[in-house]
Design a protein around this ligand. Structure first.
Ligand SMILES: [Zn+2]
Length: 399
């Protein structure tokens, strides 16, 4: 039997595994650092979903070469006390990532440049990048952008679910505060461009997105967002936004979170309990620490309900198909939001990522297209962000 006919009779699982292993794979968003600051969580151990979806053994199993660990802080009212507490929490999370890497240097390594991934992958280790979800810890101090850059942060998600000092959010029930990106936000974007940090527009309002696209000298990314034409959520991107993002060389990293993938079934108990939790969460500012802890516990319990009713990889791939049809294959990737609400019925944790490759193959995607989805597109955008920074610093490009 010739080599090519052997390939022709190759089982789909085997073929998917073979191609998946050849890809440099990147997931641009997980909230695992929230677990890492909890006592007793050891990333070297293999855990079980839904309570944990990312660890080093399962990254290896799932052929995931790189993960962006998000330093996430919830938006609170902008008081001096909250600024200080949030800044301290962000630093605690960053320190926990660095300390984790120190203790697991045989398995993982910090990555800060686009080209680090290929080098780290060759050594058989996992590449860990750091992103910051919500610019709240900047606390209107522009010098903190560089401070966090020096600590390894390579993207900042401008806001979270409420308006902040940088821009308006897509999920805030209050009316727009800045009508898009604020004056401080303009400085933040310029500073991120200068340093070579990716501007992340996930969670930003539509107007904030359009402002960021105009303001940024480099491509911008959506680290974990899906398609509004398929799932009608404000957090998702419209076709017009995706066209602008692509024209600028950016990338949308499809998020594996149920309501961003499929319109929710509004008749379920889970749907109503989550709605209620969202409402209570928006008032969590006034809660005591014990009340907040109880709320998070309840949230985790509700989140774990109806795992058998979650959307599937087929639903996820409909989003990828949509982007490909709209703007081509070069502008889409994966940002799971694992440990932050992400998880599908048949992709509940990082170990199941090869299932996505299998579905893409089933739909006729080529090996080179799959490589682009799994990391090629994101790395191209990241490389361009780095190039723009070099040009700006050497005065070849003026603000
Ligand atoms: Zn998020």
């Amino acid at each position: 039997m010739s080599f090519s006919s052997e390939k022709n009779t190759e089982k789909p699982e085997k073929k998917a595994q073979r191609i998946h292993e050849k890809c440099l794979t990147v997931d641009t968003h997980c909230d695992t650092p929230m677990l890492m600051v909890e006592p007793g969580f050891n990333i070297r151990d293999e855990h079980k979903s839904p309570s944990s979806r990312v660890d080093l053994p399962r990254m290896k199993k799932g052929g995931l070469d790189a993960m962006f660990f998000a330093v996430f802080t919830a938006q609170k009212s902008r008081t001096e006390e909250n600024y200080n507490k949030t800044y301290a929490l962000a630093n605690q999370m960053i320190d926990s990532i660095h300390s984790m890497l120190k203790h697991n240097s045989d398995l993982a390594k910090l990555a800060t440049k686009s080209d680090d991934l290929a080098k780290i992958e060759k050594s058989g280790k996992r590449a860990i990048y750091i992103g910051m979800e919500n610019g709240f810890p900047l606390a209107k101090d522009i010098s903190r952008v560089e401070e966090f850059y020096k600590k390894g942060v390579r993207y900042i998600t401008l806001c979270h679910s409420s308006h902040n000092d940088i821009c308006d959010s897509s999920s805030d029930s209050k009316k727009a505060e800045h009508n898009g990106v604020s004056e401080f936000g303009k400085q933040v974007i310029a500073e991120m461009n200068r340093l070579g940090m990716m501007v992340d527009v996930s969670h930003a309002s539509d107007k904030s997105f359009f402002d960021a696209i105009e303001l940024s000298k480099a491509p911008i990314i959506a680290s974990h967002s899906s398609i509004r034409a398929i799932a009608q959520h404000n957090r998702n991107m419209t076709d017009e936004m995706i066209k602008k993002l692509a024209a600028k060389g950016g990338v949308i990293q499809i998020c594996l979170l149920d309501e961003y993938i499929k319109n929710p079934d509004t008749t379920t108990v889970k749907y109503h309990r989550l709605k209620d939790l969202h409402k209570r969460y928006s008032n969590s500012d006034k809660m005591t620490d014990a009340e907040k802890e109880a709320l998070y516990k309840e949230w985790n319990e509700v989140d774990a309900m109806d795992q058998d009713k979650l959307p599937t990889i087929k639903d996820l791939c409909d989003h990828i198909d949509h982007v490909k049809k709209l703007v081509g294959i070069d502008y889409v990737g994966i940002g799971s939001d694992f440990d932050g609400g992400g998880g599908l019925r048949d992709c509940a944790d990082v170990s199941q990522f090869p299932n996505i490759t299998m579905e893409l193959l089933r739909r006729g995607y080529t090996e080179s297209e799959i490589k682009k989805i799994w990391g090629g597109n994101l790395l191209r955008a990241f490389r361009e962000v780095e190039k723009v920074a070099v040009k700006m610093r050497t005065n070849q490009l003026h603000l």
